[in-house]
Design a protein around this ligand. Sequence first.
Ligand code: C5P
Length: 333
Amino acid sequence: MTRPRSLHKPVTARAHGKINLHLGVGDPGPDGYHELVTVFEALGTPETVTVELAAEDSVEVTGRYASAGIPLDENNLALAAVIAFREHTGWGGNVEITIDKQVPVAGGMGGGSADAAAALVAVAKLAGFEDREQLRQIAATLGSDVPFALLGGIALGRGRGDDLTRVLSQGTHHWVLATSTGTLSTPEVYRRVDELREQSAGQSPASSGDEQGPDVAQGVGDGETRSGPARLAEPTEVLAALASGDIEKLAAHVHNDMTEAAVSLLPDIAHVMDEGRRAGAHAVLLSGSGPTVGFLAQNATHALELAVLLEASRGVREVVRTTGPARGAHIVT
Ligand code: C5P
């Protein structure tokens, strides 16, 4: 194999955060990972990653979330992506990485995964590497959401969420995202999903009336979180609503199986969801494993109204307005 020639000027790439329009969680496999059926939508919140050849690897974080405690060592997903790229391709360069963070950190919006996807595209360009399929395979080793950050748009994800099929959609979606003053760890929310299922499996249907109020009831839907893998049926209504551009239908069918678990760990989430419903949001949806909550608005004006009302809500750190779908990881220089 001929070694591709490295570029000597910096390369900048961009990828975006996401929300899951549908997140069906199955049972954990032997590796502890849960089987998923999910519909991702890339949102307009960008992560911009610049890589440049250097004597040694380094990471700098700038932008809106520069001081959010992002690791600067190999635990940083952008640097992890460069390291994985070197291992898979034999490329020998070291890089200085600069990340401009605009996706809320640790909220279930896949900002770290977007960093990894953007870093992969940038380092591939720097290295003169053009095999997009191999990049996709490297992405899958970095995290469940990284292949989607690479692809962008709207996609159906199976397996760990990394087996992707593009989804046809029409129109633009206006989202308001409310980040939380609290924190949640993704593995902990998955564990809580398992615990709640074990508990409900041990209860008779008559005794499972552990009502947690209307907030939670809407989030978990019609009891489907309490059954087994049948839950992982295709999200056909969501896919049909996307194809026809029917926002009302989409709003009626978005769903996240992790809602009950996230709310049980951080009850303020239920309050924020309820505030959004009262403020007239079309759909109220936990973003991934949370704690960020997404609110689907009718249009840009409605999104602004929702944002103003949500900003004052207890448990909300900040409110971000954005639209989807957005592009996958791409070079911007
Ligand atoms: O792959 P990713 O880094 O996004 O996953 C973070 C954690 O979330 C995993 O270590 C695992 O505990 C949990 N997870 C899971 N099933 C999935 C995806 C993630 O249990 N399909």
